[in-house]
Structures are given as C-alpha cells and as structure tokens.
Design a protein around this ligand. Structure first.
Ligand SMILES: Nc1nc2c(c(=O)[nH]1)N[C@H]1C(S)=C(S)[C@@H](COP(=O)(O)O)O[C@H]1N2
Ligand SMILES: [Mo]
Length: 186
C-alpha cells in the first residue's frame, strides 16, 4: 500500500542531496553515492500506519542517522528534528529518537532500492514510530531547538507518534474520539 498526500515527485538522483542543517555546528550534504558507500544497517521491522494498516516484516537497510549527524555536530539544545521532503511534506521527530541506534536513512526495502512510490532515493525509518514519521523523498534533516508542526501534526496528529505508547493524536492516545481536527491519514 502506497500513500502520498501531496503526490509522487520525481527525483533526479544526480542532483539530489541530503542536507543536515539547522542547529548544528556545520551543515553538511551527502550525495546518494556517498550514502551508499557508508556502512549500512539492516534489520526486519514492521511498518505501521497510524490508523488502518501495517506490514508485518519489512527488511530495512540504510545509514544510521546518528552517523550522518555526527558530521554536522548538532548543538546540545537541539531537541527536535524536522524531516523535509521533495514533495513539500514534513514531519518532526524528537532528537533522541532520531539519534537512537536503529534510526536510519533507509535506501533499500526488502533488498532493493526504494521505488519512486516508496520515496526514492531515501526516507528515514525509526522502528518505534508510526509510518507517517517515515518521510519519503527525504531531502533535509533540520535540527531545531523547539518543536514545530509538520504536515499531519497540523491536523492534530501526535508530536512524537510512538507506536507502543499509542501516540496517535495530540493530548491523548488511542481513540479517534480525541481528535479535534479534520485531516484523514491513510
Ligand atoms: N513525503 C511523504 N512522506 C510520507 C507520506 C507522504 O504523504 N509524503 N505519507 C506518510 C504515511 S501517512 C505513511 S503510512 C507512509 C506510507 O509509506 P508507503 O507509501 O511506502 O507505504 O509514508 C509516510 N511518508
Ligand atoms: Mo499513514
């Protein structure tokens, strides 16, 4: 199942860069080739959309985000990151989740490069967070001092979105009845 709220952009990989910036000591950029040449982390984890569906075992492969962040040297006051995408989509994640051992910029799913629909060339994957935090067609990781809403958070979806804590909506967990707004996530 493929979901793209803002349509599927075409990314020219020769021009594509992943930029790490914001509250960091030195902003850095990586090409696709550079990411491919770095040490890859691989594991199988389910993918869970916040509402309707999940996929039990997906093999994810990519570069640890903490490895990329190390080059940029985020400031100690960087509490959040914003993942920005080529389609204009964005989503915030706490720095602590972003820098955890198994948080990666995924380049492959089930042994193959991401397809265009899956977010080619890269998307973050953080196993403890719902699928909407896995921003496809990733172009920028912005370190921030304070929380800001992304696309779905604007409609009332949760700041962090931890699966095990059932963090679906702001100010509450679990049920749809707590929703205050109108967006429908797929
Ligand atoms: N750029 C971008 N990333 C996105 C989305 C989107 O609309 N645009 N949708 C999110 C949601 S809600 C889900 S469930 C997953 C879907 O990933 P898939 O299409 O690979 O199944 O992508 C997430 N990342
Ligand atoms: Mo979703």
């Amino acid at each position: 199942m493929i979901y793209a709220a803002l349509g599927v952009p075409e990314v020219d990989v020769s021009k594509w860069r992943l930029r790490i910036d914001g509250l960091v000591q030195r902003p850095v950029e990586f090409t696709y080739q550079q990411l491919q040449q770095m040490e890859q982390t691989r594991y199988s984890r389910p993918f869970s959309c916040v509402t309707k569906w999940s996929i039990r075992e997906v093999e994810w492969e990519g570069v640890q985000i903490r490895r990329l962040a190390k080059e940029a040297v985020p400031d100690d006051e960087s509490r959040w990151v914003m993942f920005h995408c080529a389609d204009g989509y964005k989503t915030p994640v706490p720095s602590s989740d972003t820098l955890s051992e198994d948080a990666i910029v995924a380049l492959k799913i089930n042994g193959l490069p991401l397809t265009r629909e899956q977010g080619f060339p890269a998307r973050p994957f953080i196993p403890n967070l719902y699928g909407w935090k896995s921003a496809k067609w990733l172009i920028r990781v912005e370190f921030m001092r304070e929380y800001r809403d992304g696309y779905w958070e604007m409609y009332g979806y949760h700041e962090r979105g931890n699966i095990w804590e059932e963090e679906r909506f702001k100010g509450g967990t679990g049920t749809h009845s707590r929703r205050k707004s109108i967006g429908t996530i797929w």
